[in-house]
Design a protein. Sequence first.
Length: 504
Amino acid sequence: MARLLGLDFGTGGIRVGLFDLDSQTMLCEREAFYPTEYPHQGWAEQSPEDWWHALGNATRELMRDLNSPHIDGICVATTASTVVLCKRDGKPLRPALLWMDCRAATEAAHTESSTHPVMAYSGGGDASEWLVPKSMWLKTHEPELYANADVICECLDYINFMLTGQWVASRMNATCKWNYDSVAKSFHDDLFLEFGVADLVKKLPTDVRPVGASIGPITDLAMAHLGLINKPIVAQGGIDAHIGMVGAGTLAPGDLLLISGTSSVQLFHLPAEMPVPGFWGPYPHALIDDHWLVEAGQVSTGSVLSWFSKQIFELEGENFEALLRRASTIPVGGSGLMTLDYFMGNRTPYRDPMLRGAIVGLTLGHDRASLYHSAIESVALGSANVIKRIREMGVTCNRIVSAGGHVKNPLWLKATVDAIGQPIEISENANLTIYGAVASAAVGAGLMKDLVDAGRAVAPKTRTAHPDSKAHAEYSELLEDYLKLTDTLASISHRLAMRQLEVN
């Protein structure tokens, strides 16, 4: 009986899933949480030790409930780029810079001036979220810590090291976030020199392995920490949403995966290289050999909705459900408000970390339900804008599969489907990242031939949500206002963001 562990390190916690490959069944899942600190506006940090403790707590609980079964393979997926500075033995030197931390906006803008050929793989520049701009910021603003760091890596690499004692990099993360040349299979020292971090390549894990490749067995310490009775093989993983492509079975060109949670990510493959302005990529061989991966996304979606309901309105449980019911009675555009969802900048299609959120049309007659309904519409319009741009590029998008937090929020899900205007296959109760991780673990443990076959073997069932044609027409009108308002407020957003950076 082949059993596999999928580990999904999200923004708020770790989710662990145990999958039985023979019965093609997810046997059980467990979750443990860790905090995020926000030292300044636009900054977000976490403790790597908290990740490790949370992993142990969740996995030991799962193992106790199942009488410590034999595990054949493990694979890790994490947020990206959540950047760690540490010593060679894994001791962190400072809190990790969480993926959504946008302090490196100036450094990211600097990368866009480079004419180095490898930058074409990331659409001409890096995002402020990525490892290289964050490393540039750290070298400038925390030079002693940067100099003392033996290793600069991501959450994924740190956890894999803690599991196996080996410093290895994922070809996915390196290609998508580190300016790794996956065609030449090398880093470019001259590019890092141009960015002012010539020594960065000496600090990165340079043993680059593709998703699903074997890293090796876990250590004795890791076995005890996870509460296991054997030492399974750890397979190379990658970025949480991207690993979800394997679990969703959206690896073929023409398929698109939409995962919405704290943020939203849209991912698809191209059969050949082509320009994708406003998007990230196309990344060659990042996930599948001879495929070009394209990444789009919204930095703030579920986090915007949570900000309204929890931090501003202080509503949870039954009180939040009551808010959702009231908001659901408001027709499309019926609040008289237009909200922009750029609370932590924009990833796609503007690639602008300096954009900021806004609410326009406020009166003294507006209430919580109106504000929440407009926020729902804003994140749905952001998703629709991404799909609109994909179609305008001439990219085929025949099939959309979706999962994540919006599946549990019926108003958000309906708004997304109606705004996009295309049927969407919904994985209702499945964490596709965990399914993709267990598929990758099966390949790494030698139980499946490749990621395509493994993805087919583990993919959960879906249901299809169809758009309402009248609602879609109304969202199409709203989208025009959303785009115009973005253009109108962009320069003001930039000035406000710059003042914020100067204060920080």
